[in-house]
Design a protein around this ligand. Structure first.
Ligand code: UDP
Ligand code: MG
Length: 314
């Protein structure tokens, strides 16, 4: 009998976690001869999420991993993938923004053996603030220009993967994780399913604009080194401009004499060059800081409790 593991990262999801479980139980009816394993990952929630997980874990096939604090969704996904024992593993948000009904279709596609993973992308961004959609689009345009790894606009983390692919993803042990990139980087054949954006069943999004912005910087640093060449390119460009200007100034002085003027423009140029230098230093700083975190080799997450601990206590 085949087994599907569902990895569900949860951060303050008390409003939706039970609805989610019910929905999965409904979907399960469509499957014949398939076992389900649900792994809830509590990413340091400060509401009742953990209690609800403990309660749900009394049901067959429900497990949970509870972190010692909030480590972020990436860490939660990694922990879930590590714990999953299924032949197929899916990652799903707890808020039902990703239709569980798609699971059957995904499973059927993988069963044909033609693909190693079935991923989803939403084709609309209905219900999302306009500014956020604008920056999201811009982000995908830039990252696809500067990175060799392909990033699909609107791709969700919701996907069903074969065991082989999950093992490959787990091999990528970097600390600064950006899963959308990692899934694409490991390769394998992926089929994309499209669906319209669905709003949260309940509760609120956990991603502020700022958090998303920092996350996007992570992805630039993790999947491209082109920003590092900006300093070299600008350096060469500015040297050429400076050289031309020097010649122009010398010739002008020799031919027309030198009325000293133009200090406002000098100040502007100083500011500009100063800004460019700081920008380049900042970019290098980003790479350095990520390298620093990587070499420290801290664990990606720390577990405080799992369903096994709970059983021992009882
Ligand atoms: N999440 C998490 N840790 C975090 C932030 C979010 O585990 O630090 C989970 C959250 O509980 C949800 C999923 O990641 O199951 C997606 O979050 P959310 O729905 O807030 O994001 P959105 O759908 O708005 O992009
Ligand atoms: Mg959501």
């Amino acid at each position: 009998m085949k087994k599907i593991s569902l990895v569900v990262p949860c951060y303050n999801e008390q409003e939706v976690i039970e609805i989610f479980y019910k929905e999965i139980m409904n979907v399960k009816e469509d499957f014949k001869n398939v076992n389900f394993e649900i792994i809830f990952v509590n990413d340091g929630s400060i509401d009742n999420t953990l209690d609800l997980m403990r309660k749900l874990s009394k049901n067959d096939g429900v497990r949970y991993i509870s972190f010692s604090r909030n480590f972020g969704k990436e860490a939660a996904m990694y922990a879930g993938l590590e714990a999953a024992t299924g032949d197929y593993v899916a990652i799903m948000d707890a808020d039902l923004q990703e239709p569980p009904a798609l699971l059957k279709e995904m499973y059927d596609i993988l069963e044909t053996g033609e693909y190693d993973s079935v991923a989803t992308r939403r084709v609309t961004r209905k219900g999302e603030p306009v500014i956020r959609s604008f920056f999201a689009r811009l982000y995908y345009r830039i990252i696809n220009k500067i990175s060799k790894t392909e990033f699909v606009d609107g791709a969700r983390d919701f996907r069903l993967m074969s065991r082989q692919m999950v093992d490959a993803v787990l091999e990528v042990k970097e600390y600064n994780r950006f899963s959308k990139g990692i899934f694409s980087w490991v390769g394998f054949k992926t089929k994309w399913l499209e669906y319209e954006n669905i709003e949260r069943a309940a509760g609120e999004t956990k991603w502020s604009f700022w958090k998303l912005f920092l996350y996007s910087i992570d992805s630039f640093v993790a999947f491209s080194t082109i920003p590092l060449s900006i300093a070299s390119v600008m350096g060469i460009l500015f040297c050429i401009i400076a050289f031309i200007l020097i010649i122009v100034v010398i010739i002008r002085t020799l031919m027309f004499g030198d009325p000293t003027s133009g200090w406002p423009s000098t100040v502007c140029i100083m500011f500009f060059i100063g800004g460019v230098q700081l920008l380049c230093l900042g970019i290098m700083g980003q790479y350095l800081s990520k390298t620093y975190l990587e070499v420290k080799k801290r664990p990606i997450y720390i577990v405080a409790e799992t369903e096994k601990d709970k059983k021992e206590k009882i």
